[in-house]
Design a protein around this ligand. Sequence first.
Ligand SMILES: [Mg+2]
Length: 187
Amino acid sequence: MNRLFCTVAKNVANNKQLLKRKNLPRLAVFDLDHTVWPFGIDGFQYIPPYFYHEGKLIDVHGQEIRHFSDFPHIFQLLRDKGIQIAVASRTKFPTGAYHLIELFDWQKYINYYQIYPGVKVKHFERIREESAINFNEMIFFDDEERNIIDVGQQLGVDAILVDHETGVTEKIVIESLENFVTKQNSS
Ligand SMILES: [Mg+2]
């Protein structure tokens, strides 16, 4: 077996070990626009009503509406690890966001919803109240730096900035969980 392969195999084994430990976050919080789907719902690139036609979710003009491809697999992966899920969005079109979540059939994964305009610190304070989960037991994904700074620096949540074009991927989630566990173990 060559050395590189050994190292890779060892790292994979270590990572699996890491993720089995107890110090995983208890809650993962997701922004919506450009984090779970590749558009801003209040930008009205897609005009309601949204509905399924021949197996595709479309808007009134027949444009297909898609979420980022690693969802809902990411939600399932988190659930399988016993991690609860919340969404925190500042959209000006909350009814559209709720409707899309319902149409994608994601309610079965999501435990807490905070969807309305305003600073995200408020969304998180409400999530903490509702869930009774501390900020340091949460992990947060968002494509906007201002939210990452607000929530990360002010509240101490482990906040991960994602590329707005690719959103959250399974790879990002796994790496972020590993980093979370490493930080917990070293503190
Ligand atoms: Mg966003």
